[in-house]
Design a protein around this ligand. Structure first.
Ligand SMILES: [Zn+2]
Length: 376
């Protein structure tokens, strides 16, 4: 059995340890400071005797398995050496995990909103709640209260007690483990059963930011960032606002309105261009319909011809545009022949076919003319 030192001192970054078992490319040590993935918190990484440990997972009987990087020489049982934690990685998750406790506690104590599931990631953490809807004002009030608790500096500690004693605390979340229970306390704010690792004071969380919400399984999932990534989030947003402000020549408070106006203007322009294209298409087609069959090279997209084809099919009409797209109006067998002989991609029905071709449009039309006249 491995001695789990991360529960004795979550701040221990380096220890001497001995390999007591090997399982594939994982090693089991007599003692460890590496936390195995659990409770929404990722497993630790680091080094043993200079060999990279990429992850830590729970093995049989919850024994931490230190997973070595692929291709590493696996140390033999009895090997002693230095176990070094990737501290930046670990400390960030301690901050995040503690921030999640704080936010979950405040959601519950201030608004009666329960936590259903949590997830920690490098880009922030999420709390899936039991609420069907949560107004932003409610989440802002929790963000404010969490910031206040960070500034005040509340002690965070973990202890262990009998299941019945833990039950008697009537905590906000039901206890999911058997036997003795680890309880995490945030002084004056929260008590909850948790086997994770945490910072020792709320001020170590540094900063907290509510970053959004989404609906999942008819519940609201809230999104948060803490520590350095909360700070980076604010800075990135500032950069985005400055860039958009310059692009739209608008003050930050007017960017959305200005963007809406520019997008509407663009849509209106597209509609007008489409009308003009259809007008040009009908003029070109009128002129071309004097000769049969019609081979038309067009500067405007072939899609502009879709709505203006003659109602009665009289002879094949082939329009090719300079972007390599074609419109064929005619007999399906004839289109199949064109497709196989000229390597056209595309298809259609009811006598109208769309497709694309390679090479210059004029060459394509000349080749198509030969195929069609040979068929006539
Ligand atoms: Zn925890």
């Amino acid at each position: 059995m491995t001695e789990k030192l991360y529960y004795k001192n979550a701040y221990s970054k380096e220890i001497e340890a001995e390999v007591v078992a090997v399982s594939g490319s994982s090693i089991i040590l007599d003692k460890t400071i590496f936390y195995p993935e659990g409770g929404g918190q990722p497993g630790d990484s680091g080094w043993f005797n200079g060999i990279r440990i990429i992850d830590t997972q729970k093995g049989e009987d919850e024994v931490p398995l230190h997973i070595l990087e692929k291709g590493s020489a696996v140390p033999e049982v009895g090997t002693k050496g230095k176990l070094i934690l990737d501290w930046d990685h670990r400390y960030f998750y301690m901050q995040e995990h503690s921030a999640q406790h704080l936010v979950s506690a405040l959601l519950f104590s201030m608004h009666g909103i329960g936590t259903v599931a949590v997830h920690q990631g490098t880009d922030g953490f999420t709390i899936e709640t039991n609420a069907e809807d949560i107004p932003d004002e409610v989440l802002f009030s929790v963000e404010d209260a969490a910031s206040k608790a960070i500034i005040e500096g509340h002690r965070i500690w973990q202890d262990e007690m009998e299941h019945s004693d833990a039950e008697a605390l009537h905590m906000r979340r039901s206890i999911k483990v058997e036997g003795r229970v680890k309880i995490v306390h945030i002084e004056g704010i929260d008590e909850v059963a948790c086997g994770g690792v945490h910072v020792s004071n709320t001020h170590e969380i540094g900063e907290i930011a509510y970053t959004g919400k989404e609906r999942i399984r008819s519940h609201v999932r809230t999104m948060w960032k803490c520590g350095n990534i909360a700070r980076d989030f604010h800075r990135q947003n500032m950069d985005i606002v400055h860039a958009l402000s310059a692009l739209f020549s608008a003050e930050s408070k007017d960017i959305a309105k200005e963007a809406e106006r520019v997008i509407a203007e663009g849509s209106e322009m597209k509609r007008n261009i489409r009308k003009l294209e259809e007008h040009i298409a009908s003029l070109e087609l009128d002129k071309a319909l004097c000769d049969a069959p019609v081979f038309l090279l067009s500067d405007i997209p072939v899609s502009a011809y879709d709505g203006i084809l003659p109602e009665e099919y009289t002879y094949p009409i082939l329009v090719a545009d300079t972007a390599g797209r074609l419109l064929f109006y005619g007999d399906g067998d004839l289109f199949s022949k064109l497709r196989s002989e000229l390597q056209i991609k595309g298809g259609g029905r009811n006598g109208i076919f769309h497709g694309s071709f390679a090479g210059p449009a004029a060459d394509f039309l000349a080749a198509a003319k030969e195929v069609i006249s040979g068929n006539a």
